[in-house]
Write a protein of this length. Structure first.
Length: 116
């Protein structure tokens, strides 16, 4: 009989504690504008990676670049121009190497080559 009474009391205490905890739940805090922007950026980058069918390391590298730079499909032309500029710089450096240019002459040649 005592065992039954203890079990009932324990059950009552636990159920009251659970009910009290449920009533005392703190409402979720509204995300800040920065958090909302980050979530949107994440959605955009994920969609873009999915379109490109990127997997594993390629996807990881793409997501890292996309999220850190804030670039999405809308800014792809800007990203492409940077790639083109880098390729042009490398081509100019190669041309300077072929001409065996050194020092200031090399710098001037490369800057003029990239500018043209």
């Amino acid at each position: 009989m005592k065992r039954l009474f203890r079990t009932l009391c324990l059950g009552l205490v636990l159920s009251v504690g659970i009910a009290h905890a449920a009533d005392g739940d703190v409402p979720k805090k509204e995300p800040s504008p920065a958090q909302k922007a980050q979530r949107e950026k994440m959605k955009t980058c994920n969609a873009e990676a999915r379109e490109k069918a990127l997997k594993r390391d390629e996807r990881k590298a793409f997501m890292k670049g996309c999220l850190s730079s804030g670039k999405s499909a809308a800014s792809a032309p800007a990203a492409q121009s940077k790639v083109d500029e880098k390729a042009k710089t490398q081509a100019c450096q190669e041309a300077a190497r072929e001409k065996s240019l050194q020092g200031d002459a090399r710098k001037v040649f490369i800057s003029e080559c990239v500018a043209s």
